[in-house]
Write a protein that binds this ligand. Structure first.
Ligand SMILES: *Cc1c(COP(=O)(O)O)cnc(C)c1O
Length: 221
């Protein structure tokens, strides 16, 4: 079995320089994150706020923490003082809560709106139309402690490369269109262990890779 360090280096080598790698460390022990840190990784993604807070407290402070999971508004306050980027915002009310908590810490928190690109029913996310409504609303201008820097998308859980490519490309096209009017946009978060190369080919600027770095997750531990 290859080590975390080897996996990281291999993945880094396969990515264009301008693509950011988020190491998705959910469910993994501190020692694994430390190993990735020692190999030079500084951006980690978690999907549970409580778990991210515990890891933040235990690990070096130059790590950038990304929240990639679905958000519960009442827990935003626990990460507002340190979170670097929130990927999965799919409600206006959540943006309001992030803004409120960011303000308490005199910070501006970067957020991505989660777009629904998968054909599956179970995935969270906003339609392109909902996103346009949010971005063009008057209320959004009042949220001075958040900055929407782009979108996040999760493709359908399938091996069908053509379908995956189409889903990624649909979000890339929408992103490019929005970027023309919103110049704070610089991040398109798409791609996981199984599909990150395809996502990058179709315009991703940030990939979220977990099991290909840390090995399979065991949720029963
Ligand atoms: C778990 C997770 C990932 C990483 O998945 P892998 O297949 O292990 O790379 C990426 N994005 C989100 C939103 C996740 O929840």
């Amino acid at each position: 079995m290859s080590t975390i360090k080897e996996n990281l280096l291999n993945i880094k080598q396969s990515l264009p320089e301008e693509v950011t790698l988020v190491a998705v460390s959910k469910t993994k022990p501190i020692a694994d994150l430390q190993e990735a840190y020692n190999a030079g990784q500084r951006i980690f993604g978690e999907n549970k706020i409580q778990e991210m807070v515990e890891k933040y407290e235990a690990l070096p402070k130059d790590i950038k923490w990304h929240m990639i999971g679905h958000l519960q508004s009442n827990k935003v306050k626990y990460m507002a003082h340190f979170v670097d980027l929130i990927h999965g915002v799919d409600k206006f009310s959540t943006l309001k809560e992030i803004n409120k908590q960011a303000k308490k810490h005199n910070r501006i928190i970067n957020c991505l709106l989660q777009a629904k690109i998968a054909k599956e029913e179970t995935k969270f996310g906003l339609s392109f139309k909902d996103i346009e409504t949010i971005l063009s609303s008057e209320e959004i201008k009042e949220l001075e402690n958040i900055k929407i820097v782009g979108f996040m998308g999760m493709a359908t859980f399938t091996d069908n490369q053509k379908q995956l490519a189409e889903e990624f490309l649909s979000l890339k096209t929408f992103f490019d269109n929005q970027q023309q009017t919103t110049n704070s946009f610089n991040t398109l978060s798409m791609g996981m262990s199984g599909d990150y190369l395809l996502a990058v080919k179709n315009g991703s600027t940030m990939v979220r890779v977990g099991s290909s770095i840390f090995g399979n997750r065991n949720y029963n531990q």
